[in-house]
Design a protein around this ligand. Sequence first.
Ligand code: ADP
Ligand code: MG
Ligand code: ZN
Length: 502
Amino acid sequence: MTTTDTSDLLDYDEVVERFDPVLGLEVHVELHTNTKMFCGCPTTFGAEPNTQVCPTCLGLPGSLPVVNGKGVESAIRIGLALNCEIAQWCRFARKNYFYPDQPKNFQTSQYDEPIAYNGHLDVVLEDGEVFRVEIERAHMEEDTGKSLHVGGSTGRIHGADYSLLDYNRAGVPLIEIVTKPVVGAGARAPEIAKAYVGALRDLLRALDVSDVRMDQGSLRCDANVSLMPKGASVFGTRTETKNVNSLRSVERAVRYEMRRHAAILVEGGEIVQETRHFDEATGTTSAGRRKETAEDYRYFPEPDLVPVAPSREWVEELRTTLPELPWERRKRVQQEWNLSDLELRDLVSAGALDLIASTVDAGAPADEARSWWVSYLAQQANSRGVELDALPITPAQLARVIALISEGALTNKLARQVVDGVLAGEGEPDEVVAARGLKVVSDDSALIAAVDEALAAQPDIAEKIRGGKVQAAGAVVGAVMKATKGQADAKRVRELILERCQ
Ligand code: ADP
Ligand code: MG
Ligand code: ZN
């Protein structure tokens, strides 16, 4: 791992003493509709390259697009959840540019008539403070294909020997959510940027409109940053950092850009408006392309698609059928589980709240669900270096393990082994129990045989117990547990020992 070269950066404390940052966050979310936005091609992730394409998404002459109704519905639901107004009437627009992963040479998007606009999202920061981020717009568009640059060391186009193109993703529905300029964040700008993307991800997950996997690109964030001298009101020139594909990277990228801008500005230099590329390994950004202006894209209304005019009845119906949203859920579980503000915040920042709630929904008692996610599973996530929700165990699977414990079929120790098996990809909890032979020995006759054997092996201890020294039973319990490989219920073993020694 390379370390960050900080010689060109200003110290962060000095940055926030001298400048006020302005942020602008653009988040692209890939909807998990079954089919693409303007054709019937499937959208399954990871399919063989160029197997999910048709004349429309390849932009062949004579093909005509048709809007995916589910895509529009998802866009409206997202808009409503973000407290936006929903357009009475809006159109798609062509955003013209030439790039090999965009076979039509234009992207079907929305321009001055987005489906949703003027909303906000309240973001809870780590210390519990709430920061309101204003939403400019949420509009519908389509994804591009993917380029794979082969040869060269970086995987980027420069230095590559050749490039491969996969159009499976071309035409997958995207919603772009753009904030208004975020002012007043001050020193907390990097934290606010991260918390906003996290809150948006939780919201989209609750709406069940997307897989919201930043690592797979179904949620992508571009972070715009500018600085103005402290107390000024005219925004500085912004840069737009792309390719920020984890929450942690959002925070790092914003902080890095603030420090880089500041170093240039204090030297009397000028910021170039450009896109920049974030490098995960070094935590630095590098220059991309000079920023196009809207005119460069020669936007014009899409003539092949009818306008979208959602009826007010439909919009209101969608509003009343929104699921429980994250802040509503937080309020409810805080009451139901009797959590202090601090406990609630800890669960939220550990990313455990939704997982616990889903485990409870799958039938587990709240305190047990909570204890598994915040202790054993949190340790597992930590040692793998992943977020809790990236662990390969579902709330339903955990609920099943918890049910097996309460039925007496598993001890806590065995249950951890079952969870290990699920995490190792050995299948459902019951399959792991069967395959690893992890059942509590609850059959008394098998236990009595083991108890009698242990008593016979330690006759002097058996004698003591018979003489009334019940505390001597501990050694025999240990021997039975050892003989049954820990699969016996220790309490029952103890009872049986005392019975056999009467
Ligand atoms: P583009 O097409 O250049 O990506 P958008 O309007 O889609 O432009 O997004 C720009 C984002 O940057 C928005 O979130 C906007 O609020 C924000 N923004 C605009 N001006 C500034 C600025 N000077 N500094 C920081 N952010 C800005
Ligand atoms: Mg944009
Ligand atoms: Zn298609």
